[in-house]
Ligand binder design. Structure first.
Ligand SMILES: O=C(CO)COP(=O)(O)O
Length: 261
């Protein structure tokens, strides 16, 4: 069985300009160093607005920081007449490791479909960027009891067209929409139910090896007070943290979950 390195990723959403980003990354690094964070044991990443990435690259490279970084979206196009799009080639040149794909806010406000999510995931992988593929149901679907089925259909859509080798490199984030920014955390058992089902679906679509290799994160009001219990579940490999990632001290505490006995 593969050992999956946990990943704690902070999704800054539309917060922090490029100057604030530099400060935030330096503060996070300082706090994690102070806590003797082991980056080999738990990966830490920030997903920043596009306009921050060049500045983040500079601090990370100049100071040799262990923090990784990524974008919150990526284009499925490489170049051409696509006004406003950001190419995977450009992102790769900025040293990004990750790109979030299909976040519920992009699905909701920008009409992103499963087909687009699949195309963006493929484009990222083609350029050596790991897509963090976001899936998860809204409250009405959860109340109707169709959350597993709904989320697995999003997984089917996102992975359509990815080979087994490509699929094995991805990260999936299960983010129930009703738990995002609401303070409402899914219970560890709720999260495990869906995340276990996602891993099961990857085994069906590909193989047990692929299912074993993919890291599946939970996202939705993650805090230092909830991460330890979430991480105790067998299929949860980390967190995609929104609001709490804007507070460097709190985010560092979340990344330090493994130190809590
Ligand atoms: O959407 C999220 C991360 O991508 C979760 O946001 P919150 O942690 O603010 O609920």
């Amino acid at each position: 069985m593969a050992t999956r390195t946990p990943l704690i990723a902070g999704n800054w959403k539309l917060n922090l300009d490029h100057l604030e980003a530099v400060h935030q990354v330096q503060k996070l690094d300082f706090t994690l160093k102070d806590a003797k964070h082991d980056y080999e044991a738990v990966e830490v990443a920030v997903l920043a607005p596009f306009t921050d990435l060049r500045s983040i690259q500079t601090v990370v490279e100049a100071d040799g920081l262990g923090i990784k970084y990524g974008s919150q979206d990526i284009s499925q196009h490489i170049s051409g007449a696509y006004t406003g799009e950001i190419s995977p080639v450009f992102l790769k040149k900025l040293g990004v490791t990750y790109a979030a794909v299909g976040h519920s806010e992009r699905r909701q406000y920008h009409g992103e479909t499963d087909e687009l999510v699949a195309a963006k995931s493929k484009a990222a992988l083609d350029h050596g960027i790991v897509p963090i593929i976001c899936v998860g149901e809204g409250l009405d679907i959860r109340k109707a009891g169709n959350h597993v089925e709904y989320t697995l259909a999003q997984v089917d859509g996102a992975f359509a067209g990815l080979t087994a080798d490509e699929a094995a490199k991805t990260v999936v984030a299960y983010e129930p929409v009703w738990a995002i920014g609401t303070g409402e955390v899914a219970t560890p058992a709720d999260a495990q139910e869906v995340i276990g089902a996602i891993r099961g679906r990857l085994a069906e679509l590909y193989s047990a090896e692929v299912a074993d290799a993919v890291r599946v994160l939970y996202g939705g009001s993650v805090k230092s007070s909830s991460i330890v219990e979430l991480m105790a579940e067998k299929d949860i490999d980390g967190g995609l943290v929104g609001g709490a990632s804007l507070d460097a001290d709190e985010f560092a505490r979340i990344a330090s979950f493994y130190k809590v006995a």
